[in-house]
Design a protein around this ligand. Sequence first.
Ligand code: MG
Length: 157
Amino acid sequence: MRIGHGFDVHAFCEGDSIVLCGVRIPHNKAFKAHSDGDVALHALCDALLGAAALGDIGRHFPDTDAQYAGIDSKILLRHVVELLRQKKFCCVNLDITIVAQRPKLQPHIEAMCQSIADVIGIDRNLVNVKATTSEKLGFTGREEGIAAYAVVLLETL
Ligand code: MG
């Protein structure tokens, strides 16, 4: 068994939607990012890479590399899962916490869980996504951006 933890933040800029866990959610802001800014999937990728002792997302997908500009983070996650497969790791379960004052994420939780399960190729029941606010405190509370934490457990095949 191997445990991994990931954390990511993205700031907002002007826009009309954000992507979280591969699900596009209407909002009056967008993520300022080199990729699609999907903080939840970035935290998840880091947790998976961490559990497998494979470094971090910045090492595998440098934000100085033009081929990752605006990239769908589901592609990054798929690549990470493939790296784990090569090392004979499979995911036991995963748990994500998204910290956002707005938008309200509750209506999108089920779609986000299903999206992750589909990309990784695991049962929906192994995936948990939670959303919380920071009680209007800090950068998430001021709606300057969104933070996400992820924890994963892997086992060797
Ligand atoms: Mg990121």
